[in-house]
Design a protein around this ligand. Structure first.
Ligand code: PEP
Length: 252
């Protein structure tokens, strides 16, 4: 398995390019000479072209992409444009986009296809809501999200995918998923991938955990839940805390 991936999802923050560059610089300073971890910074689209990494092991990612390459789609940003700006990764299907912007599994499937076609590695977000969890529908949700989101993705293309298990109830709530439960969910995701593609692909796919990750719990997900990395929201906006998370994971 490749080295762990720590993805910083800055969401709609900070509000100026100068602040964004300062945050990046402080994080880079904080994790100087860290090896064995790949750090992906996903700032808002408008800051992507203003980012240059000084530290090694840092990569650029976007928080979304559109499925068409170009055309009359006001306000959209295509996967090809992101590739041209130096992005290597793109987050697809984040629950905040599903919730606030009514993004559907069908839209997600098209974005997945477009991202791979453009040479980006999609970080495909899946996870159950609080209601689905309460009603015992968690596994059905994961199954459905995977089969719908990867509907048009062939095995060869699926090699580029990273899956982020992000229970919606754990995002930004300070209530992370139990480590044991996370391990179980990742094994289920691998089973689904095995059934859909092959044992080899299911073993090789990187699965990340996301949802209220802190420097206190980060390593537990890597060691205890055997996750291949983390998707970090709130804590990625605090340079010191995020650097600590990266340092913790580098111990794995
Ligand atoms: C996220 O935005 O994907 C996320 C996991 O957020 P947080 O770390 O704040 O829970």
């Amino acid at each position: 398995m490749k080295q762990p991936l720590i993805v910083a999802n800055w969401k709609c923050n900070p509000t100026t390019l100068a602040e964004a560059q300062k945050l990046l610089k402080t994080i880079e300073k904080g994790v100087k000479n860290i090896k064995k971890v790949e750090v992906v910074i996903c700032p808002p689209f408008v800051y992507l072209s203003g980012f240059r990494f000084r530290a090694s092991g840092f990569r650029l990612g976007a928080q979304d992409c559109f499925w068409e390459e170009k055309g009359a789609f006001t306000g959209e940003i295509s996967a090809k444009m992101l590739k041209g700006l130096g992005c290597k990764y793109v987050i697809i299907g984040h629950s905040e986009r599903k919730g606030h912007l009514k993004e559907t599994n069908e839209m997600i499937a098209k974005k997945m296809k477009a991202a791979i076609a453009a040479g980006l590695k999609p970080i495909f977000c899946i996870g159950e809501t609080q209601k689905e969890k309460r009603e015992g529908q968690g596994l059905r949700t994961l199954n459905s999200q995977i089969s719908k989101g990867l509907k048009d993705i062939k095995e060869k293309e699926a090699r580029n995918i990273i899956i982020a298990y992000e229970p919606v109830w754990a995002i930004g709530t300070g209530k992370p998923c139990e480590v044991d439960t996370t391990l179980t969910k990742s094994l289920i995701i691998r089973q689904v991938l095995k059934k859909r593609y092959s044992l080899s692909l299911s073993r090789k796919t990187r699965i990340l955990y996301g949802g209220s990750v802190t420097s206190q719990n980060a390593l537990k997900y890597i060691r205890g839940a055997k996750m291949n990395g983390l998707l970090v929201g709130g804590a990625s906006l605090k340079a010191q805390e995020f650097s600590k998370i990266v340092k913790e994971v580098s111990k794995s």
